[in-house]
Ligand binder design. Structure first.
Ligand code: UDP
Ligand code: MG
Length: 321
């Protein structure tokens, strides 16, 4: 039986590009249709326009290729991706934006890497020649902050949602019980063999971006808080800075004359109080962080392979039973 490749595409108010997305992607994937069965899984994320109707038309045209999920309202990109992962039938599942900013041709490269034994293939945007200066700058800052706070997680450079996951990887992600899921952060969390393919991000085919400044900021905060408790731990640096100021101004009290020693004295008191305050916040932060870890119930580790020993003891034990 042929293996199945599912391509999940979340859509919110994208009536102008449903048809073009399906056509372009299916045409591209025709190149591998003799080896694989292809499933385009369109997720309608509570669109208010005719996106769903357009999806149904496409399904009538390509009955054996298109599946549709219609969400009960707009849940946001992450909710739509999760729904797609739940229903995708593929042995490999690709998640991509539907606006053709993620070039479907890259899927062929991703599938090759998957066939070579990779569980995850991440598409990394080496260039953003078609993005605005603001988008380039804000994305640059976002990935820098995310990397700084990522602790032991290895995040691929400039990688968003365009990724291929093996069935094993999809299963792992579905088993994570957390609700606030940020796809680009939980994929690195599960680890597994990962490869990167690079691309230049295209222009949106039609319609407008759904991420204005406020929603981008909210998304960035969601990613940061879901990546680790590192931001809370960084409060300790504030305590250190205050402590250094306390020491410097204390030297000022001891070695300067009136009125500088008075000014230094006041700053010493204030920075000392701030040091105490930040230390207390560090402790509270640590507890809140631990609560967050417990609440998320992420597994403490994920076993990739287990190769038990072939020792005679293990055989004897088996025979004892
Ligand atoms: N999207 C979605 N639900 C939302 C917002 C966006 O399913 O609430 C989809 C959207 O239709 C598109 C993808 O997520 O397929 C990426 O959105 P967009 O292109 O607006 O983001 P940008 O590329 O500007 O970051
Ligand atoms: Mg886009």
């Amino acid at each position: 039986m042929k293996k199945v490749i599912s391509v999940v595409a979340p859509m919110y108010n994208e009536e102008k590009l449903v048809q073009e997305y399906c056509k372009t992607t299916l045409n591209t994937l025709a190149a591998i249709s003799n080896i694989y069965n292809v499933e385009l899984l369109l997720v309608n994320d509570g669109s208010k326009d005719k996106t769903y109707e357009k999806m149904l038309l496409m399904q009538q045209k390509y009955m054996d290729k298109i599946s549709i999920i219609n969400l009960s309202r707009n849940f946001g990109l992450e909710g739509a991706v999760s729904a797609g992962l739940k229903k995708a039938k593929g042995d490999a599942v690709v998640v991509m934006d539907a606006d053709l900013q993620d070039p479907p041709a890259l899927i062929l490269e991703m599938v090759k890497k998957w066939e070579n034994g990779m569980d995850i293939v991440v598409a990394s945007r080496i260039k953003r020649s078609n993005d605005t200066l603001f988008k380039k700058l804000s994305a640059g800052c976002y990935y820098k902050v995310l990397n700084f706070l990522s602790g032991k997680l290895k995040l691929e450079k400039s990688a968003a949602n365009f990724r291929l996951l093996s069935r094993r990887a999809v299963q792992q992600i579905l088993e994570l019980p957390e609700v606030n899921r940020v796809f680009r952060v939980i994929v690195p969390f599960i680890g597994m063999k990962t490869a990167v393919v690079e691309y230049d991000r295209d222009k949106r085919f039609a319609g407008k971006t759904k991420y204005k400044f406020a929603s981008m900021l909210r998304y960035a905060l969601d990613s940061i808080t879901s990546i680790s408790i590192e931001p809370l731990r960084k409060i300790v640096f504030m305590a250190m800075i205050s402590f250094v100021i306390t020491i410097i101004t204390l030297l000022g009290v001891l070695f300067t004359q009136y009125p500088w020693n008075i000014a230094c004295f006041i700053v010493t008191i204030v920075s000392f109080l701030f040091t105490l305050l930040f230390m207390v916040l560090t402790i509270i932060g640590e507890y809140i962080g631990q609560i967050m870890i417990e609440v998320k119930k992420r597994p403490t580790s994920i076993i990739n392979e287990y190769l038990p020993w072939q020792h005679e003891n293990s055989l004897e034990r088996k025979n004892d039973k």
